[in-house]
Design a protein around this ligand. Sequence first.
Ligand code: AMP
Length: 283
Amino acid sequence: MKVVTTRAEVREERARLGRLGFVPTMGYLHDGHLSLVRRAKEECGHVAVSIFVNPTQFGPGEDLASYPRDPERDLALLEEAGVDLVWLPQPGDVYPSGFATTVEVDGVTDVLEGASRPGHFAGVATVVSVLLGVVRPDVLFVGQKDLQQSVVLRRLAADLALVDEVVVCPTGREADGLARSSRNAYLDAEDRQAATVLSRALRAGRAAYDAGERDAETLRRTIREVVEGDPRAEIDYVSLADPETLVELDGPVDKAAASLAVRIGRPRLLDNTLLHEADPGLG
Ligand code: AMP
């Protein structure tokens, strides 16, 4: 496994690899990240991973300075997973002096995370454009855990022809259903228990849908009521939206993405499920 810092080093090492899958991350890796790495290795034969806590996707007052970091442990996990190339840049390697470009994806970025975190997706789209431009992979692997991000990145990749294929991988969960996230490290013991309310709420939504409920507002309310039942949970949004456009649904639904953002103690946690598709992680 090669670990490199500069754009030139990435280019040089990439040239030695054939078909390449790429998994961009912010580090503090968990098994959700590693499931993307395994899939990339399986599908492409070679895999590159970047670890970069991207400052431009954090808003003022967000957790940029305290975002958990453990590069040594991350590298050991990636080595074990058979990764070929790790890009561990300094901020100046991603954003060289004079950097003046911002990539904006319109429409799908206005709602949900985009509404709660102004500028977040411009930061994500810009950094991923740089990463793809430097690494030049054949396939980009992202997690459904960040549903809106996956929609934004599919749009970006198609519009700017930055990569031929984007594969969205299922959400990795803890045994009790909590979606794995680097930010779960912020949860104290009681909040960690309360955090299962997100997956429990989505399960309740799935159960209603599976029992034949199709009214958007009823499904949304079913999910919301489970979260409201937990005094530690502070809802940012509970959404039932079109899975492609992320526009909120109304009336009878067919395909529907249920997603929610909830603050439990310190972290703001995200989860989602596609009601019209099997979701083995949620049972
Ligand atoms: P992050 O390090 O949080 O920026 O995540 C890097 C990539 O891993 C993104 O494509 C995420 O969607 C994905 N990811 C994060 N958590 C999970 C999870 N629990 N299961 C699957 N993919 C995940």
